[in-house]
Design a protein around this ligand. Structure first.
Ligand code: SF4
Length: 359
């Protein structure tokens, strides 16, 4: 147990690992669990959880990093927008490093043209300060960021801003989990469900999916507790959603945030990078707010693009393989020179493996 000193309560860790081991002994096959949140991916890597659980248990990283699942065609469309003289792009930082299928990135533009913001609301300020520019915010994220982006669009409406739009690639998690659970190639026995997303959606949002999951927090002990609860379900043959993060996640979630999101966005089919189109997992901007929809205003077309040659992100995000199975991992594809999106964000599976587990 080489990383055990880093845990808040090593004795409790030992007990949990023992319980996991005991329950696994009663299961006659290997078990695959998937974490669906980039923060979980980082925490598992940093704390060395993979090295202290039995080999029979595989922990796989799912599509929980928004940058990783944003399609190459969206990156190309954003680059095309940035090339327009009148457009000023605003975006979260990781997006400028994500390559499209031909290796082009938003990072090649000067910072006056592609501005990194820490909150979508900063894009409103930039639009107010630059009335001669069309300010486009790249709306990329899950239920954790979508309500803030929705609120930003409402602020633009209230301020009668005519030079602010959002190019929405926002996505929702629950139906994507159902698609993964139903994918015979993935072979997922249960999900460590995302803590942040669940704070917004609530535990009940997973109830009708028929998936096995445990909502977990982000401390190593939270994750080990979630793993143990999942193994216990598998041993008993139970398929249900439990909550191991009740200090932050309620049954109903944050209904105010859900309302804002629902007011501005509608559910649409959307492509996930490496996974293809998953029905009813995208958040498109409602017609009522179409003046603030960059896709409509600039008649954006998303080219269909293949993944960079050799990149296995799509399979990694489905739990079919792990980062070290990719022949480019750690040699041609590095955090400073990412070839695929999973190596870009610190929450990406390849990046987390490179940082914490490559040896
Ligand atoms: S190591 Fe790089 S090329 Fe390979 S799957 Fe990960 S991101 Fe793609």
């Amino acid at each position: 147990m080489k990383f055990i000193d880093e845990y808040a309560d090593p004795e409790l860790v030992k007990k949990l690992v023992h319980l996991i081991q005991k329950d696994l002994e009663d299961i006659s096959r290997p078990v695959n669990l998937m974490e669906v949140c980039g923060t979980h991916t980082m925490s598992i890597g940093r704390s060395g959880i993979r090295s202290i659980v039995p080999d029979k248990l595989k922990l796989l990283s799912g599509p929980g990093c928004p940058v990783c699942v944003t399609p190459s065609g969206y990156i190309s469309a954003s680059i095309e927008l940035a090339e327009r003289k009148e457009v000023l792009i605003t975006t979260f930082g990781d997006m400028v490093r994500v390559p499209n299928s031909s290796g082009d990135t938003l990072g090649r533009f000067p910072k006056e043209k592609v501005r990194i913001v820490y909150s979508p609301l900063e894009a409103i300020t930039i639009a107010m300060e630059n009335p001669d520019k069309e300010v486009v915010f790249l709306g990329v994220g899950f239920e954790t960021t979508a309500p803030v982006i929705a609120q930003t669009i409402k602020v633009a409406v209230e301020n009668k801003l005519s030079n602010f739009t959002c190019l929405s690639a926002n996505k929702i998690i629950p139906p994507a989990l159902k698609a993964l659970a139903d994918n015979p190639l993935s072979k997922i026995d249960g999900f460590i469900l995302p803590g942040h997303v669940s704070i917004i959606l609530g535990k009940d949002s997973y109830a009708d999916l028929g998936i096995r999951g445990v909502v977990s927090g982000f401390e190593p002990l939270d994750i080990l507790t979630g793993i143990h609860m999942l193994i216990r379900q598998i041993r008993k043959g139970v398929v249900e959603v439990e909550n191991a993060y009740s200090r932050a996640v309620t049954d109903k979630g944050n209904e105010l945030m859900q309302k804002v999101m629902d007011e501005v966005f509608e559910i649409v089919d959307t492509p996930w990078r490496g996974l293809g189109v998953i029905p009813a997992t995208g958040l498109g901007i409602r017609k009522k707010y179409s003046d603030y929809d960059a896709e409509k205003k600039f008649k954006v077309k998303y080219p269909e693009e293949n993944e960079p040659a050799g990149c296995r992100c799509g399979e990694i995000l489905q739990g079919i393989c792990i980062p070290t199975d990719c022949p480019l991992f750690g040699n041609k594809c590095l955090p400073d020179n990412p070839i695929g999106p999973c190596m870009v964000s610190s929450e990406g599976a390849c990046s987390a493996y490179y940082k914490y587990e490559r040896n």
